[in-house]
Design a protein around this ligand. Structure first.
Ligand code: KIV
Length: 267
């Protein structure tokens, strides 16, 4: 997959699948799947580091996780999130952040919103770096939005998101994530743009879908928004496996001779 395939997929009406990935273990597994694209999302601040929002992700943190994913998933197209405020500084600092993520091995960067950084998007694209936009619920602006809530319910908000989607396309974005907006709005934006729209909580009439890997694997029983489908009860499976190991250790059922070395035998 390259950015050319993104546009081609839209033209051919073939959907794009994307999932988040933050580490080498899962990257190695995802590398063997049919998934089209991996996103090293700044949601890693919450999922991997236990923070309550994405505001705690830093450029160094994103670069470290991006490099780990790249080492595990050499066959995949990898997008890395520019974290909170890292693209709202002066040009040198903004470009330094992009440089760090690209040198970590990303193939593209993603940033949230449009207002105030359209020129920067254009500059990054002109510098040879593909940019994915992100509108609707933009978690880095959580305090301005008043919480994690559906965006674009009112007519005025819908017009603003439509306008910004067009502006991001004009600035050179190769695709756009639309998060938690009414399906009708997502469908309208998808129809109006030449670049593919990847939805999360944006209904079925978009060009692709993205989910947080740990959410779709059911690793967090406390997180069940309407848009999420869990494809596994990962939390229960992991808990059961670890409890089984614990019990076998206590019952002296593990390790047995099968898992033990004779003298002189190699690892
Ligand atoms: O950081 C992230 O995981 C994201 C997706 C939800 C699109 O931006």
């Amino acid at each position: 997959m390259t950015i050319l395939d993104f546009i081609e997929r839209k033209r051919a009406h073939k959907k794009i699948s994307m999932v988040t990935c933050y580490d080498s273990t899962f990257a190695r597994i995802l590398n063997q799947t049919d998934i089209d694209c991996l996103l090293v999302g700044d949601s890693l601040a919450m999922v991997m580091h236990g923070f309550t929002s994405t505001l705690n992700a830093s450029v160094d943190m994103m670069a470290l996780h991006t490099a780990a994913v790249v080492r595990g998933a050499s066959a995949k197209f990898i997008v890395a999130d520019l974290p909170f405020l890292s693209y709202r500084k002066d040009l040198t600092e903004n470009i330094n952040a992009v440089e760090k993520l690209m040198q970590a091995g990303a193939h593209a960067v993603k940033l949230e919103g449009a207002e105030g950084h359209l020129d920067l998007v254009h500059h990054i694209v002109q510098s040879g770096v593909p940019v994915m936009g992100h509108l609707g619920l933009t978690p880095q602006s959580i305090h301005m939005l008043g919480g994690f809530r559906v965006q674009g319910r009112k007519k005025s908000a819908q017009e603003k998101i439509k306008q910004q989607a067009l502006e991001l396309q004009q600035a050179g974005c190769f695709s756009l994530v639309l998060e938690c907006v009414p399906s009708t709005l997502a469908a309208e934006i998808t129809k109006s743009l030449e670049i593919p729209v990847i939805g999360i909580g944006a209904g079925p009439d978009v060009d692709g879908q993205v989910l947080v890997l740990q959410d779709l694997l059911g690793m967090n029983s406390g997180f069940s928004p309407k848009f999420l489908k869990k494809y596994l009860d990962g939390m229960e499976l992991v808990r059961d496996a670890v409890n089984e190991y614990h019990n076998e250790v206590l019952q002296k059922e593990f390790p047995t001779a099968q898992h033990s070395y004779d003298e002189g035998l190699k690892l």
